[in-house]
Design a protein around this ligand. Structure first.
Ligand SMILES: Nc1nc2c(ncn2[C@@H]2O[C@H](COP(=O)(O)OP(=O)(O)OP(=O)(O)O)[C@@H](O)[C@H]2O)c(=O)[nH]1
Ligand SMILES: [Mg+2]
Length: 357
């Protein structure tokens, strides 16, 4: 019995050893494989992706395109601790330089002086805000829609009139592109028969914008070209006739008479003139006002297209045209390409005029 002790002891020891190995192996097996975590990557800011965002870009671009012609005066006024005589001089001079006109400049500043006197306005910042609001309120609320009458039988006729080189043909081309994009069938009438090149220029715009065109012989009667175009448009169910005319000086009575005739004859057939757009080059400033007066007398102008505002520091003419003549500025030209004609937005315009950035 005694001799079997060491044997049992040995067997037990062997069992313990084997069991121990087993446990160790098992526990090793269960140990999760260590996950080698990658060292956290240093976050590198991605290169800015220059994405084409045409709509936003264009709007910003346009905003900048109005010259901030009042910026100098606004900065000077804001730079002083109080409103004093120099503040008023600065503002008046800047408004006149921007071609707002004497009447409108006074009509803007007088009530503000009274409000400062009454202590309603006490700081330069309040004065600038009030001026900006007053300027905007003179322009907002006006109907600037291009008048397209769907209730008439024949085509709508829109006439472009204005002095030489104002931008009539270019604006007509741009308007055509916009109207075609709206789904309207557009026929151009090359009523500038004065120069052969005028017809060519319009033809290019017709092709570019997806419109058709009726041209007459050089030197032919512009009224008859436009009349023919209206007849053709009516027969072929076009929605809109866009009629170009030759540039003329407002004080040339014969040519102004010709324009009256164009308007009369245009309506002899089936169409109706629903817009007569006077195209004014903004860089001509106050001179545009006398143009507007005489053209309005001759042709019942219904709206102004103010071109070249991209390069003009005389955009203030908008106030003079609207306040003194009551003709709405409907579109503004901000460059020479097809997209550079936009609906006039008064709030944006006033903000840009006064912007100091
Ligand atoms: N910068 C700029 N140029 C413009 C704008 N509108 C027209 N122009 C340019 O002004 C010039 C005259 O434009 P036209 O459209 O030929 O002017 P028009 O009134 O038809 O001229 P006439 O037919 O000769 O009386 C062209 O070089 C146009 O590209 C504008 O909004 N901005
Ligand atoms: Mg022209």
């Amino acid at each position: 019995m005694n001799s079997s002790y060491p044997l049992i002891f040995l067997i037990l020891a062997a069992v313990v050893v084997v069991f121990g190995f087993g446990v160790v192996l098992q526990s090793r097996r269960k140990k999760p494989t260590p996950v080698i975590k990658a060292a956290p990557k240093k976050v590198v800011a991605p290169e800015p992706v220059v994405e084409a965002a045409p709509v936003v870009e264009v709007v910003v671009e346009k905003k900048r395109s109005f010259k901030n012609v009042l910026a100098g005066a606004v900065s000077s006024v804001l730079g002083r601790g109080e409103i004093n005589d120099t503040s008023w001089d600065d503002l008046e001079e800047a408004l006149l330089r921007a071609d707002v006109g004497v009447k409108v400049a006074q009509a803007l500043l007088e009530p503000l002086r009274a409000r400062v006197k009454a202590k309603e306005i006490s700081t330069p910042a309040e004065l600038i805000t009030a001026l900006q609001n007053d300027m905007a309120s003179r322009l907002v609320g006006t109907n600037r829609e291009l008048n397209f009458d769907t209730s008439i039988d024949g085509p709508n006729i829109w006439l472009m009139v204005g002095v030489n080189g104002a931008g009539k043909t270019t604006s007509l081309g741009k308007i055509s592109a916009q109207q075609v994009a709206l789904g309207r069938k557009v026929l151009m009438a090359a009523g500038d028969t004065f120069r052969a090149a005028a017809g060519e220029q319009l033809q290019t715009w017709a092709e570019r914008s997806g419109a058709e065109i009726i041209r007459g012989a050089e030197g032919s009667d512009p009224s008859s070209v436009i009349f023919d175009a209206v007849q053709a448009a009516n027969a072929r169910k076009f929605d809109l006739v866009l009629a170009d005319t030759a540039g003329r000086l407002q004080n040339n009575t014969n040519l102004m008479e010709e324009l009256r005739k164009v308007r009369r004859v245009a309506e002899k057939g089936a169409g109706t003139v629903t817009e007569t757009l006077l195209v004014i080059d903004a860089t001509t400033g106050q001179n545009g006002l006398s143009q507007a007066r005489l053209f309005a007398d001759a042709t019942q102008v219904t709206g102004v297209v103010l071109t070249k505002l991209d390069g003009s520091s005389k955009g203030g003419i908008v106030f003079a045209i609207e306040t003194e003549l009551g003709i709405p500025v409907k579109l503004v030209g901000l460059g020479e390409t097809m997209e550079d004609l936009v609906a006039f937005n008064p709030t944006e315009f006033v903000e840009a005029l006064c912007s100091t950035t």
